[in-house]
Design a protein around this ligand. Sequence first.
Ligand code: SF4
Length: 311
Amino acid sequence: MPTPPASPSSEPSPERLPADAVDVDALHADVLAWYDEHARELPWRGVAATPWSVMVSEFMLQQTPVVRVLPVHAVWMEAWPTPAHLAAVPTGEAVRAWGRLGYPRRALRLHAAATAIVERHGGEVPASYDELLALPGIGDYTAAAIASFAYGRRHVVLDTNVRRVLARAVGGDEFPARSVMRSERDVAAALLPDEPADAATWNVGLMELGALVCSAANPACGRCPLEDRCAWVAAGRPAYDGPPRRAQAWAGTDRQCRGRLLGAVRDADGPVHTSTLDAAWADADQRERCLASLVADGLLARVGPESWALP
Ligand code: SF4
Protein backbone atom coordinates (compact mmCIF):
# COMPACT_ATOMS: atom_id res chain seq x y z
CA MET A 1 0.00 0.00 0.00
CA PRO A 2 1.30 3.48 -0.76
CA THR A 3 1.97 5.66 2.23
CA PRO A 4 0.80 9.27 2.59
CA PRO A 5 3.29 11.96 1.60
CA ALA A 6 5.78 13.12 4.21
CA SER A 7 5.54 16.57 5.72
CA PRO A 8 7.16 18.45 8.57
CA SER A 9 6.56 17.00 12.01
CA SER A 10 3.59 18.68 13.71
CA GLU A 11 3.17 16.60 16.88
CA PRO A 12 5.56 17.25 19.76
CA SER A 13 7.76 14.29 20.65
CA PRO A 14 7.20 13.59 24.35
CA GLU A 15 9.37 11.42 26.52
CA ARG A 16 9.76 7.90 25.20
CA LEU A 17 8.10 5.09 27.08
CA PRO A 18 10.49 3.22 29.38
CA ALA A 19 12.63 1.05 27.14
CA ASP A 20 11.97 -2.01 29.25
CA ALA A 21 8.22 -1.55 29.00
CA VAL A 22 7.77 -1.59 25.23
CA ASP A 23 10.11 -2.29 22.33
CA VAL A 24 8.83 0.67 20.35
CA ASP A 25 10.90 0.07 17.24
CA ALA A 26 9.81 -3.56 17.02
CA LEU A 27 6.20 -2.49 17.54
CA HIS A 28 6.48 -0.03 14.66
CA ALA A 29 8.15 -2.56 12.40
CA ASP A 30 5.48 -5.20 13.09
CA VAL A 31 2.52 -2.89 12.49
CA LEU A 32 3.97 -1.19 9.40
CA ALA A 33 4.93 -4.52 7.80
CA TRP A 34 1.53 -6.03 8.57
CA TYR A 35 -0.27 -3.03 7.10
CA ASP A 36 1.85 -3.12 3.98
CA GLU A 37 0.75 -6.70 3.39
CA HIS A 38 -2.83 -6.74 4.64
CA ALA A 39 -4.34 -3.28 4.19
CA ARG A 40 -7.61 -3.16 2.30
CA GLU A 41 -7.71 -1.15 -0.91
CA LEU A 42 -10.21 1.58 -0.11
CA PRO A 43 -11.11 4.54 -2.31
CA TRP A 44 -10.03 7.07 0.30
CA ARG A 45 -6.57 5.50 0.61
CA GLY A 46 -3.64 5.56 -1.76
CA VAL A 47 -2.09 8.13 -4.05
CA ALA A 48 -5.25 8.69 -6.10
CA ALA A 49 -7.35 9.72 -3.08
CA THR A 50 -7.87 13.46 -2.77
CA PRO A 51 -7.89 15.23 0.62
CA TRP A 52 -11.60 15.87 0.04
CA SER A 53 -12.21 12.13 -0.48
CA VAL A 54 -10.36 11.47 2.79
CA MET A 55 -12.38 14.14 4.57
CA VAL A 56 -15.73 12.77 3.33
CA SER A 57 -14.70 9.26 4.39
CA GLU A 58 -13.73 10.44 7.87
CA PHE A 59 -17.15 12.01 8.41
CA MET A 60 -18.91 8.88 7.14
CA LEU A 61 -16.76 6.40 9.07
CA GLN A 62 -17.59 7.97 12.42
CA GLN A 63 -20.03 5.44 13.92
CA THR A 64 -20.46 3.55 10.62
CA PRO A 65 -18.61 0.47 9.31
CA VAL A 66 -16.58 0.56 6.09
CA VAL A 67 -18.89 -1.80 4.23
CA ARG A 68 -21.85 0.57 4.64
CA VAL A 69 -19.80 3.66 3.88
CA LEU A 70 -18.34 2.40 0.57
CA PRO A 71 -21.41 2.82 -1.68
CA VAL A 72 -22.45 6.14 -0.18
CA HIS A 73 -18.93 7.52 -0.41
CA ALA A 74 -18.87 6.56 -4.10
CA VAL A 75 -22.16 8.38 -4.72
CA TRP A 76 -20.90 11.49 -2.94
CA MET A 77 -17.60 11.62 -4.77
CA GLU A 78 -19.38 11.18 -8.09
CA ALA A 79 -21.87 13.95 -7.30
CA TRP A 80 -19.53 16.32 -5.48
CA PRO A 81 -15.87 15.68 -6.37
CA THR A 82 -14.73 18.86 -4.61
CA PRO A 83 -15.90 20.90 -1.61
CA ALA A 84 -17.14 23.60 -4.04
CA HIS A 85 -19.49 21.14 -5.73
CA LEU A 86 -21.10 20.22 -2.41
CA ALA A 87 -21.22 23.80 -1.15
CA ALA A 88 -23.15 24.80 -4.28
CA VAL A 89 -26.18 22.57 -3.59
CA PRO A 90 -28.90 22.91 -0.92
CA THR A 91 -28.32 21.04 2.33
CA GLY A 92 -31.34 18.86 1.55
CA GLU A 93 -29.45 17.22 -1.31
CA ALA A 94 -26.68 16.25 1.08
CA VAL A 95 -29.20 14.81 3.54
CA ARG A 96 -30.89 12.84 0.74
CA ALA A 97 -27.58 11.43 -0.50
CA TRP A 98 -26.60 10.50 3.05
CA GLY A 99 -29.15 7.71 2.68
CA ARG A 100 -29.31 5.29 5.57
CA LEU A 101 -25.83 5.83 6.99
CA GLY A 102 -27.34 7.08 10.24
CA TYR A 103 -26.52 10.16 12.30
CA PRO A 104 -27.59 12.38 9.36
CA ARG A 105 -26.45 15.57 11.06
CA ARG A 106 -23.04 14.53 9.75
CA ALA A 107 -24.31 15.41 6.25
CA LEU A 108 -25.16 18.92 7.40
CA ARG A 109 -21.81 19.29 9.13
CA LEU A 110 -19.98 18.14 6.02
CA HIS A 111 -21.94 20.66 3.95
CA ALA A 112 -21.10 23.43 6.41
CA ALA A 113 -17.42 22.45 6.39
CA ALA A 114 -17.38 22.41 2.56
CA THR A 115 -18.91 25.89 2.52
CA ALA A 116 -16.27 27.16 4.95
CA ILE A 117 -13.49 25.57 2.87
CA VAL A 118 -14.71 27.45 -0.19
CA GLU A 119 -14.99 30.73 1.72
CA ARG A 120 -11.75 30.52 3.72
CA HIS A 121 -9.42 28.28 1.75
CA GLY A 122 -10.29 28.80 -1.92
CA GLY A 123 -11.95 25.39 -2.11
CA GLU A 124 -8.88 23.41 -1.00
CA VAL A 125 -9.08 21.23 2.10
CA PRO A 126 -6.51 22.78 4.46
CA ALA A 127 -3.56 20.67 5.56
CA SER A 128 -2.90 22.04 9.01
CA TYR A 129 -4.54 20.61 12.11
CA ASP A 130 -5.42 24.08 13.42
CA GLU A 131 -7.12 25.18 10.19
CA LEU A 132 -9.01 21.90 10.01
CA LEU A 133 -10.07 22.18 13.64
CA ALA A 134 -11.42 25.68 12.95
CA LEU A 135 -13.86 24.33 10.34
CA PRO A 136 -17.45 23.74 11.48
CA GLY A 137 -18.22 20.18 12.55
CA ILE A 138 -14.58 19.10 12.88
CA GLY A 139 -13.21 18.04 16.25
CA ASP A 140 -9.82 16.86 17.42
CA TYR A 141 -10.09 13.35 16.02
CA THR A 142 -11.26 14.36 12.55
CA ALA A 143 -8.73 17.20 12.22
CA ALA A 144 -5.88 14.87 13.20
CA ALA A 145 -7.13 12.10 10.91
CA ILE A 146 -7.42 14.35 7.84
CA ALA A 147 -4.03 15.97 8.48
CA SER A 148 -2.47 12.53 8.92
CA PHE A 149 -4.18 10.52 6.18
CA ALA A 150 -4.53 13.22 3.52
CA TYR A 151 -1.32 15.14 4.08
CA GLY A 152 1.03 12.82 5.97
CA ARG A 153 1.27 15.13 8.98
CA ARG A 154 2.43 13.70 12.29
CA HIS A 155 -0.51 13.59 14.71
CA VAL A 156 -1.95 11.22 17.28
CA VAL A 157 -5.13 9.71 15.81
CA LEU A 158 -7.16 7.90 18.44
CA ASP A 159 -10.27 6.22 17.13
CA THR A 160 -12.08 3.27 18.73
CA ASN A 161 -9.97 0.67 16.94
CA VAL A 162 -6.64 2.33 17.70
CA ARG A 163 -7.58 2.77 21.35
CA ARG A 164 -8.53 -0.91 21.69
CA VAL A 165 -5.32 -2.19 20.10
CA LEU A 166 -3.15 0.06 22.27
CA ALA A 167 -5.13 -0.80 25.41
CA ARG A 168 -4.45 -4.49 24.79
CA ALA A 169 -1.01 -4.57 23.21
CA VAL A 170 0.58 -1.91 25.42
CA GLY A 171 -1.72 -1.38 28.40
CA GLY A 172 -2.61 -5.01 29.08
CA ASP A 173 -6.34 -4.16 29.34
CA GLU A 174 -9.04 -5.73 27.24
CA PHE A 175 -10.75 -2.37 26.66
CA PRO A 176 -9.79 1.29 27.05
CA ALA A 177 -11.62 3.74 29.30
CA ARG A 178 -14.95 5.01 28.05
CA SER A 179 -13.46 8.37 27.07
CA VAL A 180 -9.90 9.27 26.12
CA MET A 181 -7.74 9.83 29.21
CA ARG A 182 -4.74 12.15 29.35
CA SER A 183 -2.46 9.23 30.19
CA GLU A 184 -3.75 7.31 27.19
CA ARG A 185 -3.02 10.23 24.88
CA ASP A 186 0.47 10.55 26.37
CA VAL A 187 1.20 6.89 25.67
CA ALA A 188 -0.12 7.21 22.12
CA ALA A 189 2.06 10.31 21.57
CA ALA A 190 5.11 8.50 22.93
CA LEU A 191 4.49 5.62 20.55
CA LEU A 192 4.07 7.79 17.46
CA PRO A 193 6.94 7.24 14.98
CA ASP A 194 9.20 10.24 14.46
CA GLU A 195 8.98 10.26 10.68
CA PRO A 196 5.70 11.89 9.61
CA ALA A 197 5.07 9.37 6.81
CA ASP A 198 5.66 6.46 9.22
CA ALA A 199 3.42 8.12 11.81
CA ALA A 200 0.60 8.38 9.27
CA THR A 201 1.01 4.72 8.27
CA TRP A 202 1.26 3.69 11.94
CA ASN A 203 -2.07 5.40 12.61
CA VAL A 204 -3.88 3.78 9.74
CA GLY A 205 -2.13 0.46 10.44
CA LEU A 206 -3.35 0.34 14.03
CA MET A 207 -6.81 1.29 12.82
CA GLU A 208 -6.81 -1.52 10.27
CA LEU A 209 -5.44 -4.01 12.80
CA GLY A 210 -8.28 -3.13 15.17
CA ALA A 211 -10.84 -3.48 12.39
CA LEU A 212 -9.58 -6.74 10.88
CA VAL A 213 -7.80 -8.65 13.68
CA CYS A 214 -8.10 -7.16 17.15
CA SER A 215 -11.88 -6.87 17.12
CA ALA A 216 -13.84 -5.98 20.23
CA ALA A 217 -15.50 -9.35 20.74
CA ASN A 218 -13.16 -11.85 19.09
CA PRO A 219 -9.54 -10.78 18.78
CA ALA A 220 -7.78 -13.15 16.38
CA CYS A 221 -4.48 -13.17 18.25
CA GLY A 222 -3.17 -16.08 16.19
CA ARG A 223 -3.23 -13.83 13.12
CA CYS A 224 -1.88 -10.76 14.89
CA PRO A 225 1.66 -9.47 14.30
CA LEU A 226 1.77 -8.29 17.92
CA GLU A 227 0.87 -11.59 19.59
CA ASP A 228 4.37 -12.20 20.94
CA ARG A 229 4.62 -8.73 22.48
CA CYS A 230 0.97 -8.10 23.44
CA ALA A 231 0.66 -7.16 27.13
CA TRP A 232 -2.90 -8.42 27.39
CA VAL A 233 -1.99 -11.83 25.94
CA ALA A 234 1.11 -12.02 28.17
CA ALA A 235 -1.12 -11.38 31.20
CA GLY A 236 -3.33 -14.34 30.26
CA ARG A 237 -6.09 -12.29 28.59
CA PRO A 238 -7.66 -11.11 31.88
CA ALA A 239 -11.39 -10.38 31.72
CA TYR A 240 -12.50 -6.77 31.57
CA ASP A 241 -13.40 -5.49 35.03
CA GLY A 242 -14.12 -1.80 34.36
CA PRO A 243 -17.46 0.02 34.34
CA PRO A 244 -20.25 -1.72 32.38
CA ARG A 245 -19.93 -1.21 28.61
CA ARG A 246 -23.30 -0.14 27.31
CA ALA A 247 -24.63 -1.76 24.19
CA GLN A 248 -26.24 0.91 22.05
CA ALA A 249 -30.00 0.51 22.14
CA TRP A 250 -31.86 1.03 18.89
CA ALA A 251 -35.39 -0.43 18.81
CA GLY A 252 -37.94 2.07 20.05
CA THR A 253 -35.43 4.87 20.59
CA ASP A 254 -35.73 8.43 19.35
CA ARG A 255 -32.84 7.62 17.00
CA GLN A 256 -34.91 4.93 15.33
CA CYS A 257 -37.97 7.18 15.22
CA ARG A 258 -35.98 10.05 13.67
CA GLY A 259 -34.52 7.66 11.11
CA ARG A 260 -37.98 6.43 10.10
CA LEU A 261 -39.41 9.95 9.77
CA LEU A 262 -36.43 11.23 7.80
CA GLY A 263 -36.48 8.13 5.60
CA ALA A 264 -40.16 8.65 4.77
CA VAL A 265 -39.39 12.15 3.47
CA ARG A 266 -36.12 11.20 1.81
CA ASP A 267 -37.71 8.36 -0.14
CA ALA A 268 -40.47 10.59 -1.55
CA ASP A 269 -40.12 12.57 -4.75
CA GLY A 270 -41.51 15.73 -3.20
CA PRO A 271 -43.03 17.03 0.04
CA VAL A 272 -44.92 14.45 2.09
CA HIS A 273 -48.19 14.88 3.97
CA THR A 274 -48.28 14.55 7.76
CA SER A 275 -50.26 11.34 7.36
CA THR A 276 -47.17 9.73 5.78
CA LEU A 277 -45.20 10.50 8.91
CA ASP A 278 -48.05 9.23 11.09
CA ALA A 279 -47.80 5.93 9.23
CA ALA A 280 -44.04 5.81 9.66
CA TRP A 281 -44.16 5.88 13.48
CA ALA A 282 -47.15 4.98 15.63
CA ASP A 283 -46.32 6.64 18.97
CA ALA A 284 -47.74 10.17 18.51
CA ASP A 285 -45.88 11.82 21.39
CA GLN A 286 -42.53 10.40 20.34
CA ARG A 287 -43.26 11.20 16.69
CA GLU A 288 -44.01 14.84 17.48
CA ARG A 289 -40.94 15.16 19.66
CA CYS A 290 -38.66 13.66 17.02
CA LEU A 291 -40.24 15.69 14.22
CA ALA A 292 -39.57 18.87 16.19
CA SER A 293 -35.96 17.84 16.78
CA LEU A 294 -35.41 17.07 13.08
CA VAL A 295 -36.72 20.53 12.18
CA ALA A 296 -34.58 22.14 14.89
CA ASP A 297 -31.51 20.31 13.55
CA GLY A 298 -32.15 21.59 10.03
CA LEU A 299 -32.74 18.10 8.64
CA LEU A 300 -36.45 18.61 7.82
CA ALA A 301 -38.53 21.66 6.96
CA ARG A 302 -42.26 22.31 7.26
CA VAL A 303 -43.24 23.58 3.81
CA GLY A 304 -47.03 23.79 4.35
CA PRO A 305 -49.58 23.35 7.14
CA GLU A 306 -49.44 19.56 6.73
CA SER A 307 -46.43 18.99 4.48
CA TRP A 308 -42.75 18.30 5.07
CA ALA A 309 -39.63 18.25 2.92
CA LEU A 310 -35.86 18.12 3.05
CA PRO A 311 -34.33 21.58 3.49
S1 SF4 B 1 -2.39 -10.19 20.21
FE1 SF4 B 1 -4.60 -10.28 20.28
S2 SF4 B 1 -5.25 -8.85 21.85
FE2 SF4 B 1 -3.10 -8.40 21.37
S3 SF4 B 1 -3.21 -6.76 19.87
FE3 SF4 B 1 -3.13 -8.68 18.72
S4 SF4 B 1 -5.27 -9.32 18.37
FE4 SF4 B 1 -5.24 -7.71 19.93
